[in-house]
Unconditional design. Sequence first.
Length: 291
Amino acid sequence: MIKKELFYEFYSSHISQNLEEIESEYKAFSNHWNEVMEYYLEKEDKPYKDSEYVQLAYLYAIIWGDYAVASLRRDRHSIENTLFTTLATNISNDILAIIRLCLDGLDYQAMSIVRNLYEICLMLLNICIDEEKRNEFAESAKKENAYEVWRKFFNIRTMLETLSGYSDDEKLSEFWLSEYKQYYSKLSSFVHNDLANMYVYSYNKPEDEKESRVLNVNAHFATRYNEILEETVGIIWIVSRIFRHIIDNENYKKFIKQILGENLIEDLRFANNACYFANDYYLKLKRISDE
């Protein structure tokens, strides 16, 4: 709540010095403030915070937070560790931000961060796979040429081409360049404020066709959190699987040793085991939801 003293000072300086009028206006102001905040805080239907996708998203946030901390502890002065720690931290925090926003009914805002998560995940995989990209990214801050580096090395097409080239499986390579690229376009429409998305996400999501849509002003409705978190988990699931593959790939042994150390089994026991568990859990959820 805005402090009473600030309101009184403003009103008396710019509108009126009549004390009775100031008190009346402040009462009306505070009543409206309280009504709106109550409407915002008390959701129409409280989100189920123990739902499968909420908990799985939290698990992936923990996993990537563990990777970030492990890399920092390994070597806080190495540029490779700095890059990896920075990206892994932002992946973890993006997931936490998406969870909080969509549980709070801020669906459109959450989807904007899903797009950010998507891009940061691709950047992390690209710097793991491609040494040239890693070096250019590292030098971009010193040379102040971040935009040029992004255009040449980290635009969506070149990042997906790098991942496609890394994939031995032809169908997986095609997936990166077709389905995953199309999904990027969908997410980008949120960042670029596509009118259709803004309109749809300004309303709650009805449970069925008979239910009317209601304007979600003051984020009173939290009706899309499972849908948004399913998309979020889908992104981080495939990224985590590829990262695990990179860890086990002999061609990247030197880089992985630098960022995470040699004793991965013991030092990252929770993250490793949690990754396998999360993978299995996600596949079971997808089988359930696809039936």
